[in-house]
Ligand binder design. Structure first.
Ligand code: FES
Length: 261
């Protein structure tokens, strides 16, 4: 690593600085070759090579789906994919990051789409019903979601199953980028989760009650006290707060296995 780059990275506290003694490895970014530290994720390797992210980077934690990336190893026929912030760079990786995926995003009004949600899905996303069942989407998903399965559930009209099975989607678009039937699985799944939540899932009574409490002004006094507190006191309060029980741990919430719902 050149000294001026090292000084710049040290000055900004950038974590792309490799640990002492880390080896450098050759990788290719957008067609150019670079030497980067062997311990870095693709995202940090790209920054280490001197690029700054304007698009294609958000949370850096595998949640926002902004950093979908395709790569191939030299001499290997297979095209691979992953999230740049979660995938460790390896020697001879040829990397191409998607700054944006041009997905099919039809507009719809959830309020007026209540009649027949399955028909509405067919009208908005007719390509879903052309799925050939190749499974490329499932193999491409960096979140290990069985995309092909939730598309099959959509075709059968099981929107509840599709909504739960697609719940962990981070909308990176990698599945759609490789689909031979041109399906944009991730936006169709978003529609299904929305329409399921709006028109099929029973309304949550505790939420309705809480909204009524908020509207009645029950929390106004508490809010005024909070906004008048110092930052130190707010942090202390946050650390000492009462935490909600973990529903997954208690077995009350199983988002992936719809057979238990
Ligand atoms: S930056 Fe958000 S998932 Fe990678």
């Amino acid at each position: 690593m050149a000294d001026d780059k090292k000084i710049k990275h040290l000055a900004t506290g950038d974590k792309t600085i490799p640990p002492d003694g880390a080896k450098e490895i050759p990788i290719y970014i957008m067609g150019r070759d670079y030497m980067v530290a062997e311990t870095l994720t693709i995202m940090k390797a790209v920054e280490y090579a001197g690029y700054s992210y304007v698009r294609g980077c958000g949370c850096r934690g595998g949640i926002c789906g902004a950093c979908g990336t395709f790569y191939r190893f030299i001499g290997d026929y297979r095209l691979r994919s992953g999230l740049a912030c979660q995938t460790v760079a390896e020697p001879n990786m040829v990397i191409m990051q998607l700054p944006f995926f041009p997905a099919n995003r039809p507009s719809y009004e959830l309020d007026t789409a209540s009649g027949n949600p399955h028909e509405e899905l067919r009208r908005l996303y007719p390509e879903v019903f052309k799925c050939v069942g190749c499974g490329t989407c499932t193999r491409t998903c960096p979140m290990d979601i069985d995309v092909m399965d939730y598309i099959a559930l959509m075709k059968r009209g099981d929107l509840k199953g599709a909504a739960y099975k697609s719940f962990d989607c981070v909308m990176c678009g990698l599945c759609a980028a490789r689909c031979p039937a041109q399906i944009t699985q991730f936006t169709a799944a978003m529609f299904v989760r929305r329409i399921y939540g709006k028109h099929i899932q029973p309304a949550a009574t505790h939420l309705k009650k809480r909204v009524e409490e908020v509207k009645s002004g029950k929390y106004e006094k508490m809010l005024k006290e909070l906004t008048a507190m110092s930052l130190v006191d707010v942090k202390k309060l946050y650390v000492e707060r009462e935490r909600e029980p973990d529903l997954c741990e208690s077995g009350k919430w199983m988002p992936k296995d719809t057979t238990k719902l």
